[in-house]
Design a protein around this ligand. Structure first.
Ligand code: NAD
Ligand code: UDP
Length: 336
């Protein structure tokens, strides 16, 4: 359906576009011939993550906090703005909830004004510490509303409610992707997530910090696969609203991941065991039947191949050192 702002080239707004997933999504959309407006307040994202796109006439970067209203034009909106690592989202939990809830209200309001399609980057954290395994979209979840992860989990759950109500009440064209653990180049080296932590520790000869006994499981999706799933979901007919799980259904224990990282880096690092964080989910694995049938999507990149790419990125990141912002940009350009 055409809207009053629609031109030949679809204009796409990506909030959180300077973050890990957002930067890869912006890159993909520019490659696909879209006009991309990347909006970010640089809370966890970095200008350098989209540095290689800054000279592209089809790409624009705007500093803005989505907890405040935004007045721009777009045909499609991907709402990714929100810190995703437990360390980052627990640093300022009130702001995390505001980003998910006020951010959703502001972006849904924008979509309503523009009659734009809007996609929410939701999360497997919706399922909390799941009692159903693997997790299907029908499962309602098991979340502690008052624990340290709740600012993120409940914020994202409330955002899903808002998307559903804007659709029912205002006829908005909404899509919800429930993203499972995703990794790859441009993850923040200090964001505390398990893949970046283990690789940085291994490459620097530091102990690999496994929390608990390392028997908890996660399923790791490579970033290019995940971005492809998001783009496919956005392109579906209006009646496809989700939620749809996007993730790699190959499940690993955290100890298995630590061993793989040590092997792939050739590191002499030893594994040490630290306390398990409060409310850390014991198991997590997506049932991706819906994504397979509705989007004709499934991950293509194996954990082995994805880890090799990610290790290469972090090696490059460590070797290049800091340098001036200009030198960093040159280095990013060189690597891309
Ligand atoms: P990230 O922290 O790298 O990126 C988030 C981006 O949002 C950053 O650039 C940050 O600066 C920006 N941001 C944060 N608060 C903002 C605000 N108030 N206004 C504007 N920008 C703001 O995280 P990511 O891994 O790229 O995750 C992106 C999205 O995907 C998040 O919404 C996250 O919840 C979701 N997600 C990610 C994963 C994953 O494994 N990477 C899993 C599930 C869900
Ligand atoms: N983890 C770990 N060592 C680390 C970082 C994380 O053992 O240095 C564990 C963490 O306790 C969790 C899993 O790895 O069980 C995934 O953690 P992450 O923060 O990447 O994402 P989560 O899925 O918990 O949001």
């Amino acid at each position: 359906m055409a809207n009053r702002y629609q031109f030949d080239v679809p204009r796409v707004l990506v909030t959180g576009g300077a973050g890990f997933l957002g930067s890869h999504l912006c890159e993909r959309l520019v490659k696909d011939g879209r006009e991309v407006l990347c909006v970010d307040n640089f809370y966890t994202g970095r200008r350098s993550s989209v540095g290689h796109l800054l000279d592209d006439p089809h790409f624009e970067l705007l500093r803005h906090d989505v907890t405040f209203p935004l007045y721009v034009e777009a045909d499609e909106i991907y709402n990714l703005a929100c810190p995703a690592s437990p360390v980052h989202y627990q640093h300022d939990p009130v702001q995390t909830t505001k980003t998910s809830v006020h951010g959703a209200i502001n972006m849904l309001g924008l979509a309503k004004r523009l009659d734009a399609k809007i996609l929410q980057a939701s999360t497997s954290e919706i399922y909390g510490d799941p009692a159903v395994h693997p997790q299907t979209e029908e499962y309602w979840g098991n979340v502690n509303a008052m624990g340290p992860r709740a600012c993120y989990d409940e914020g994202k759950r409330c955002a899903e409610t808002l998307y559903s109500d804007y659709r029912r009440q205002h006829g908005l064209r909404t899509k919800i992707a429930r993203i499972f653990n995703t990794y790859g180049p441009r993850m923040h080296p200090n964001d505390g997530r398990v893949v970046s932590n283990f690789i940085m520790q291994a490459l620097q000869g530091e102990p690999i910090t496994v929390y608990g006994a390392g028997v908890q499981t996660r399923s790791f999706c490579y970033v290019s696969d995940l971005v492809d799933g998001l783009v496919r979901l956005m392109a579906t007919p209006d009646e496809i609203t989700g939620p749809i799980n996007l993730g790699n259904p190959v499940e690993k224990t955290i100890l298995e991941l630590a061993e793989m990282v040590v092997r792939f880096t050739g590191s002499g690092s030893k594994v040490i065991f630290e306390d398990l964080p409060v409310d850390d989910p014991l198991q997590r694995c997506p049932d991706i039947t819906k994504a397979r049938t509705t989007l004709d999507w499934q991950p293509k990149v194996s954990l082995e191949d994805g880890l090799r790419e990610t290790v290469a990125y972090f090696k490059w990141y460590i070797e290049r050192g800091q340098g001036s912002p200009r030198e960093q940009r040159q280095a990013e350009l060189h690597a891309s």
